[in-house]
Design a protein around this ligand. Structure first.
Ligand SMILES: *Cc1c(COP(=O)(O)O)cnc(C)c1O
Length: 380
């Protein structure tokens, strides 16, 4: 129950162990086509360029920046946690100029500040933001941010690593231009693959670049020779065949459950965890309107030893919860409810174990009321 990787579904573990076939084997090519269609469903898009990058979420991030940012491009980057900072790094390494819009950690990206920045930077080409900030548990308004960007002739790069499968993301309806995600968060697959999707509008910019994409491996013009449809597939790199069996299975599980049902399950399980933690007296750092169901950041009570609690949860209860990152290190715990981890059983274990450990350490919490609160929320 950390901030990823989440528990991997047993069906995915089984899929990973199947015999490895060639990355150009007709059976594998058939599975690639199915995977692309399933990813289109997960992202809610008809974008033809919707595919998995053969590397973790960070590589999906680099794919978007490396292909879309040309030297000299001005890019507005929203930062309200760790991952916005990485976007800035990406812009700089592509030779672009980042213009930062900073918000406090634990808050959503401020739409008004973004609008003002777009107005004062009419030459900006791209707006980049993180939809679900895993470092804080805050969700930003992707639909409105994209609308603002388009009103000012900017393309968008959206980080949906923690969002996909856990909270609504509607690529076509919200007109997102480019988006990347990861397998090890709400898709409950093993780490190491990054689903991406690019709109026609974004591809236009990639095709009309004045210079080559600086990264050979991530250059979509080349990658599409292998992943694209309607042409003869050519070797680009040896695809991580078994990891892709895993992704394919995870997307089938998502399709069987139904996206809306998966979003509703994350929300329901989050409300149960919230009921238990609040009954204990713990408080969330993100205000209710912007709280992510799949990443719960709670303040560590005064005088409690952060690492000691996490260590005891791990060693005595076989339960991992996440530490705070950056500005929030030592101040919060990050409890993940992602994908297959978002189950009632985990909430009961987490709340029960946390209560046992904290009360044993003499922390100022309420005892004896948490499980009833969780049960009540689960029955709601
Ligand atoms: C996890 C995460 C990433 C990076 O994904 P990796 O698979 O660890 O490379 C990027 N952005 C966000 C918001 C994340 O939560």
């Amino acid at each position: 129950m950390g901030p990823g990787p989440s528990d991997v579904h047993p069906r995915i573990l089984e899929a990973l162990s199947r015999p490895t076939i060639g990355h150009l084997d007709p059976a594998f090519v058939g599975m690639m086509e199915q995977t692309k269609a399933l990813l289109q469903y997960a992202f809610q898009t008809e974008n033809a360029l919707t595919m998995p990058v053969s590397a973790p979420g960070s590589a999906g991030m680099e794919t978007c920046f490396a292909n879309l940012v040309e030297p000299g491009d001005k890019v507005i980057v929203c930062q309200n946690g760790v991952f916005g900072g990485r976007m800035k790094e990406n812009v700089e390494r592509c030779g672009g100029t980042p213009v930062m819009v900073e918000d406090d950690w634990g808050t959503a990206v401020d739409l008004q500040k973004v609008e003002e920045t777009l107005e004062t930077n009419p030459d900006a080409k791209i707006l980049a933001f993180v939809h679900a900030e895993t470092s804080t548990g805050a969700q930003s308004d992707a639909k409105e941010l994209v609308a603002l960007a388009h009103a000012h002739d900017c393309l968008t790069i959206v980080d949906a690593v923690t969002s996909l499968g856990g909270t609504p993301i509607k690529v076509d309806e919200w007109e997102i231009d480019s988006i990347y995600s990861g397998t090890q968060k709400c898709l409950s697959c093993t780490p190491g693959i990054s689903p991406i999707s690019f709109s026609e509008r974004a591809l236009e910019k990639v095709r009309n670049r004045s210079g080559k994409v600086q990264s050979w491996f991530l250059d979509l013009n080349l990658v599409m020779g292998y992943w694209g449809s309607g042409q003869k597939r050519a070797y680009h790199h040896t695809a991580p065949v078994n990891a892709l069996y895993g992704l394919h299975e995870s997307l089938r599980i998502l399709e069987e459950e139904g996206l809306e049902n998966a979003w509703a399950r994350h929300r329901k399980i989050h409300l149960a965890l919230k009921a238990g933690l609040e009954a204990m007296g713990l408080t969330f750092i993100v205000d209710e309107a912007h709280r992510l169901p799949q990443l719960n950041a709670v303040s560590i009570p005064e005088g409690v030893d952060d690492a000691a609690v996490r260590g005891r949860l791990l060693n005595e209860y076989n339960l991992e919860i996440g530490a705070g990152l950056g500005a929030l290190a030592g101040k919060v715990w990050r409890i993940g409810l992602m994908g297959h981890s978002a189950r009632a059983k985990n909430v009961l274990l987490c709340v029960g174990a946390l209560e046992a450990v904290l009360s044993d350490m003499g922390a100022p919490i309420n005892t004896g009321v948490t499980l009833a609160a969780v049960q009540k929320a689960l029955q709601a």
